[in-house]
Design a protein around this ligand. Structure first.
Ligand code: AMP
Ligand code: ZN
Length: 115
């Protein structure tokens, strides 16, 4: 656990989160500032700052993020309509929390390209 990391604190329970999914390696909780009717963050429990810090050993972990996204989409009923999984890496992409996370967005027509 990284001290002063928001998502490590949500993982440990020190800061509350509205959890919708958890397993041994991952948590998913509601984004505090939702950009769509469904907006969740899929987060590895282990502190990894950005996509650039991943190693080959993390390949299965990132694969499980996508499996969890599909599972949540089916469970919450927006799989058929469609959803988006987004990871922002570093400032220009809009990353503001330095613990890797994947946004899961659904519940409205999402435009492309993103802003
Ligand atoms: P990013 O800008 O890609 O790093 O995404 C960080 C996300 O974390 C933003 O969408 C924020 O709304 C969200 N966020 C910040 N603080 C909290 C919190 N305490 N609980 C849930 N989501 C949060
Ligand atoms: Zn962290």
């Amino acid at each position: 656990m990284a001290t002063n990391c928001l998502f490590c604190k949500i993982n440990s329970g020190e800061i509350p989160g509205k959890f919708i999914y958890e397993d041994e390696d991952l948590i998913a909780f509601a984004d505090i500032n939702p950009q769509a009717p469904h907006h969740y963050l899929l987060v590895p429990r282990r502190h990894i700052p950005t996509t650039l810090d991943l190693t080959a050993d993390d390949a299965a972990l990132i694969g499980r993020i996508y499996l969890a996204a599909g599972k949540i989409a089916r469970q919450l009923g927006f799989a058929e309509a469609g959803f988006r999984v987004v990871n922002n890496c570093n400032e220009a992409a809009g990353q503001t929390v330095w613990h890797i996370h994947f946004h899961l967005l659904a519940g409205r027509n999402l435009t492309w390209p993103p802003g």
